[in-house]
Design a protein. Structure first.
Length: 104
C-alpha cells in the first residue's frame, strides 16, 4: 500500500429490539471512548443512519476507526479496552458488519 493511504475500519451495528435508548447511548459513549485508550487510533467518527434510500437493512449505527497502518489495526483488535467494549456491546447486537479498506 502507498504510504499516504490510511486503513479505515468501518463497523456497522444493528441493535436488538430490547436495547433501550439509554443503553445505546452508553454503548455509543463506550465506543467513542476507545481513541482515548488506544493510541493506534488516529481518527474516529460515528453517526446514525439518516439515509432516505431505505437500504440500511437494519443497521442503525456506523463507526469509522482510522489507523496509519495494518499494525495499528492489529494492535487495536486484541487491545484490552477494545475487548472490554466487544463484551459490553455483544449482547445488544442483532447484527454487525465490519469492513476494512485502504483509503485512496
Amino acid at each position: 500500500m502507498p504510504t499516504e493511504s490510511l486503513l479505515r475500519h468501518v463497523v456497522l451495528f444493528g441493535f436488538t429490539a430490547e436495547t433501550t435508548p439509554a443503553q445505546r447511548r452508553t454503548l455509543e459513549d463506550a465506543f467513542a471512548g476507545l481513541p482515548g485508550q488506544i493510541p493506534e487510533i488516529i481518527d474516529f467518527e460515528w453517526g446514525t443512519d439518516v439515509s432516505v434510500e431505505n437500504a440500511a437493512r437494519g443497521y442503525t449505527h456506523c463507526f469509522l476507526v482510522t489507523f496509519r497502518n495494518a499494525a495499528g489495526r492489529d494492535a487495536y483488535l486484541p487491545h484490552p479496552a477494545h475487548q472490554r467494549f466487544v463484551e459490553l456491546v455483544g449482547p445488544h447486537l442483532a447484527q454487525v458488519l465490519v469492513f476494512d479498506y485502504w483509503s485512496r
